[in-house]
Design a protein around this ligand. Structure first.
Ligand code: ZN
Length: 113
């Protein structure tokens, strides 16, 4: 992807809802200090001298890159082999995490009540 959204290709947000360190840490159930200590290796947004902020997509990606999957579990999740023709039709540069979406457990407000 090119253009202004290239660096946010993992972001599927349709509204802006950002979290500061404490809010992001609370959502991930981790310490804010860990986020601060590892911020250079984590997806986040930075607006000048303001502290880093995160959207849900950043948090999902942080989850994905910090997921520990034992070999037995990884074997269990190995997808069926793709043929070469199939793999050529899909964009090879698209990271798997772009397929991640929030679970269906999230409550959504209905409009016009
Ligand atoms: Zn997002």
């Amino acid at each position: 992807m090119t253009g202004p959204f290239a660096s946010r290709s993992h972001c599927a947000c349709v509204v802006v809802q950002n979290y500061d360190y404490d809010e992001a840490a609370a959502k991930l159930k981790i310490k804010a200090d860990w986020l601060k200590d590892h911020i250079s290796t984590l997806p986040h947004m930075k607006f000048g001298h303001n502290a880093a902020v995160f959207c849900d997509c950043d948090l999902r990606l942080i989850q994905a890159i910090n997921t520990v999957l034992p070999p037995r579990a990884a074997e269990h999740l190995t997808p069926p082999q793709q043929t070469q023709a199939e793999s050529q039709t899909t964009a090879p540069t698209t990271p798997a995490y772009t397929a991640l979406r929030p679970s269906k457990g999230r409550k959504r407000q209905t409009a016009g009540v």
